[in-house]
Write a protein that binds this ligand. Structure first.
Ligand code: ZN
Length: 58
């Protein structure tokens, strides 16, 4: 199993098998969409997926 820690609420949960980089996974605790950016042996690195197209401010 691959573990993920939500960057928003720090809830830790496990991904199901077959999850791939780039996939969006909702946090079971706070519900934010998380994008898988990297998968390591037993944990995955995620970022909060911005729902507002590609508008990063500025
Ligand atoms: Zn969360």
């Amino acid at each position: 199993m691959v573990k993920v820690e939500c960057p928003s609420c720090f809830y830790e949960f496990e991904l199901g098998g077959g999850t791939i980089v780039g996939e969006l996974v909702p946090c079971p605790d706070c519900g934010v969409d998380l994008e898988i950016t990297k998968i390591e042996v037993d944990k995955a690195i995620v970022e909060i997926a911005e729902m507002t197209e590609e508008d990063w401010g500025e």
